[in-house]
Design a protein around this ligand. Sequence first.
Ligand code: PEP
Ligand code: MG
Length: 577
Amino acid sequence: MTEMLKGIAASDGVAVAKAYLLVQPDLSFDTITVEDTNAEEARLDVALQASQDELSLIRAKAVESLGEEAASVFDAHLMVLSDPEMISQIKETIRAKQTNAESGLKEVTDMFITIFEGMEDNPYMQERASDIRDVAKRVLSHLLGVKLPNPAAIDEESIVIAHDLTPSDTAQLDKRFVKAFVTNIGGRTSHSAIMARTLEIAAVLGTNDITKRVKDGDIISVNGITGEVIINPSEEQILASKEAGASYAKQKAEWALLKDAKTVTADGQHFELAANIGTPKDVAGVNENGAEAVGLYRTEFLYMDSQDFPTEDEQYEAYKAVLEGMNGKPVVVRTMDIGGDKELPYFDLPKEMNPFLGFRALRISISETGKDMFRTQIRALLRASVHGQLRIMFPMVALLKEFRAAKAVFDEEKANLLAEGVAVSDEIQVGIMIEIPAAAMLADQFAKEVDFFSIGTNDLIQYTMAADRMNEQVSYLYQPYNPSILRLINNVIKAAHAEGKWAGMCGEMAGDQQAVPLLVGMGLDEFSMSATSVLRTRSLMKVLDSAKMREYAQRALTECSTAEEVLELSKEYLSKH
Ligand code: PEP
Ligand code: MG
C-alpha cells in the first residue's frame, strides 16, 4: 500500500530504491528445561558455524570498502567465536542445567562480560567485553532465526531506514549503494545529517516512526530537498521522483559552472565561502566545490574513527594533509569537540543527564582529565602550521577564563616547540566558536582578545531556545530566522568589526538559502557550510544587492517579532528570486 510521510529535509538529493531496515531485532527468548541436551548442543554448533561464516563474509566486505585496519574489529569477533574455553563452558551449562542453548549462551557470555567489564584499569579487557556482547548477539540471532542488520554489507541500491544513525553507522555506509537514509529521530543539525551532506547521500530525518511503517524490501522514494518520503510509490510517483532527481542534477550542473568564480554580490561585494569537513578525505570535495577555505574542520572525527587517542604524529599527519590539500588557503581547525552526541568508546566519561549541557568540548580540554590530550592536539597543530594558513578555534566557550586557559596552552606549547628548534608559523590566528548565548552577549569583551569568531548556530540555536537539536518533538524551535537569534548574531558581527576582527559562521545556518541574504545584510565575513552547498550559495549571492540586504536585515532586527514575519519581509527584498 502506498503511504506518504514528511520528515525534516536533511540532505539534498532524490532517490528511489529498496528499503534496508537497520533496526535491532527482538532477541528475547524463554529459558526452557530440556531433556535432550545433545540436541541443544548441536543447535549451538550450527549457530556458531553460521555466525562464523557470516562474520567472515562481513570482514571480507569491510576490507574491500574500508581497508584492513577498519576490518580488524571483526578479527576480534572471530576469535571470541572460536574460543574453546567459552564454548565448552556453554555446553557444560546446557548439560548441567538441562537448559536450552539460548540460556546457556546467555549465562556464560554474561559472566565473561561482567568479569571483563569489572577490570576497570584494563581497557583491553573492557574492549573484549564489548566484543563478547556483539558475538553473543550474533549467535543468539542464529539460534532464534532472526536477521541482524549490517550496514557495511549493503551491496545493492538501497534506502537505509533506521531509528537513528550514529556518526560511525553513517561512516560505514557505502555511497555506491546507499542512495538515501530515513530515520525516526534527528534534525538538520544532528551529526548524521551533517555527514549525509558531506557524503552527498540524500536524507530525511525525524519522521517519528518510519521504522514501524516500512518492511525490508519495500520500495521507498526519498526527496531530501522537500523532506517527502513515499513508501511503495505508484508508477507515476516513481516517475515524478525520477524527474525531480534529474532536475536536481541539472541544477547542480549549472552551479558547477561557478566553481572557479569569485563569490561576489550583484554590487561587487566579496564574501568568503568556506566548507566544513570531518576528515582529510573531505578536502577533495571542498576543492571540487570551489570553496575558498575550510571554515570548520571537526577534529573529533579523528578521535572517533580511531581505537585509541590519536598520537601527536598521527594528528600532525592529518592536519598537514588538510593544510597542504588546501594549497595555502585558510583552514580553520576546531579543537576536539567530544561530548554531546559524539562519544569516544575508549574515553570513559561518566554518563550524564544532559550531555549537551555537560562535560564536553573545551570544558574537557582544559580540565585535569583532558589536559594532556589537549596539549597533544595543540602541539600537532602547531607543528603542522608551517604547511599552510592555519587558524585554530576552540568550541563551546562560555567564559573568557576558558578562552584564556586554552590560549595559555597554545602559547606555552608554541614556546616549547620553538625552544626545541621546531618551526612554527607566526601567522596562526586563534579564535573561538560562538555557540553559547553568554559568549554571544559578551562578544565585545571576547573580541578584544580573540582573532576571530565563528558562530556555531547548531548549538547557539539549541541553547538559546533550550531545545535539544536531536529531538524532533522540539524541532519547531530550531528557528534560525527568529529575531532573537538574528540579534545575537548581529551582536557578534558588530562586536568583531568594532575591534577590527572578522566574524564567520560554521553552523548549518550559513548554508541556509533563506538565511544567506540576512547574513549578507548583517555583514558576516565568512560563510562555512557543507561543501555541497557552496556553489548554490555562490549562485545566490550573485543576485543579491548588499545595500538592499542591509536594509532588509536592519528591518528584520528592529521591526519583526517572529521568524514568520522575517520570512514575510524577505518577499519585499527578494521578489526577483
Ligand atoms: C555548531 O554548533 O553550529 C557547530 C558548527 O558545531 P557542531 O555542529 O559540530 O556542534
Ligand atoms: Mg557545536
